[in-house]
Design a protein around this ligand. Structure first.
Ligand code: SF4
Length: 268
């Protein structure tokens, strides 16, 4: 590109759109490789690596979150940090095998800023321009996996996929009409459970999350319809080991991340 006076200027890397990078004969492996070199927005600059989706290419359920966190950024795998552990627990309680789902995020690089002492990386919510720039990767994942059920976890994922008017608070746990998959549903992001102010509130938020995933499991006939609200309460509230594990993970996060910033970011 020439400037006035004939001078060349370097082409900023993010002038390349994701659409230009998506291989024509796509497979999830080819997509993952192409995404590893994505520079279509600025988020790659401060992240360690692209964190692409993971799971069976024939998964009946696709779970979509916002973006990778600190642990995911370091490991290169989605939902392996504290929120991922909560998700594993909730899937287990709902009778869904994590090996049978595909998990991904609307944004594939970790957006963060340093804490006051510059020692910790604090999650920052992606801007809509960043979500839009990254969207073709998610579109391609949905096109290839063709899940029977798409689960949007948290407001960022739900609004990116279902429109800005979608309210997780009001519409969670209910099927939504969408061309993205035969069945689409919104629920909270598991991080929001870790941010609950006390164990009672965390317990009830976990119950509600498992209830939403129960709806998903029932739609796939992974379990009989008879597993009721009382069943969810029993599985979550009266399961002492689950409670302890959830509390331990919440404590890990409280120690590793200052709460107020995240709380604001993850508020539904
Ligand atoms: S966040 Fe998405 S669009 Fe931006 S550089 Fe990373 S992979 Fe590319």
């Amino acid at each position: 590109m020439k400037r006035k006076g004939g001078q060349s200027r370097p082409i900023p890397v993010n002038e390349t759109s994701v659409a230009d990078l998506i291989p024509t004969k796509s497979s999830l492996g080819a997509l993952r490789s192409a995404a590893a070199g994505c520079r279509a927005c600025d988020l790659w600059k401060s992240a360690t690596q692209t964190v692409f989706g993971e799971g069976s290419p024939k998964a009946a359920i696709m779970l979509v979150g916002e973006q990778p966190g600190d642990k995911e950024d370091l490991s290169g795998r989605p939902f392996v940090g504290p929120a991922g552990k909560i998700l594993d627990e909730a899937l287990r309680l709902a009778g869904i095998d994590r090996n049978e789902v595909y998990v991904t995020n609307v944004v594939k690089h970790f957006k963060w800023s340093p804490d006051e002492r510059g020692k910790r990386r604090i999650h920052k919510k992606p801007r809509s321009s960043e979500i839009q720039a990254c969207h073709p990767w998610l579109d391609a994942e949905i096109r290839l996996v063709q899940p029977r059920i798409l689960v949007c976890m948290g407001a960022t994922a739900a609004q990116a996929l279902l429109g800005n008017n979608f309210s997780v608070t009001r519409q969670r746990g209910r099927w939504v009409r969408s061309s993205l998959a035969p069945k689409v549903i919104g629920t909270v992001h598991p991080s929001s459970i870790l941010r609950a102010r006390d164990s009672e509130s965390r317990d009830s938020q976990m119950q509600a999350f498992v209830r939403d995933l129960d709806t998903v499991a029932r739609a796939l006939k992974m379990k009989p319809a008879g597993r009721t609200e009382n069943g969810v309460r029993q599985r979550v509230g009266q399961n002492r080991s689950t409670e302890k594990r959830t509390e331990k993970r919440a404590e890990e996060v409280r120690r590793s991340v200052p709460v107020p910033d995240w709380r604001a970011d993850w508020r539904e």
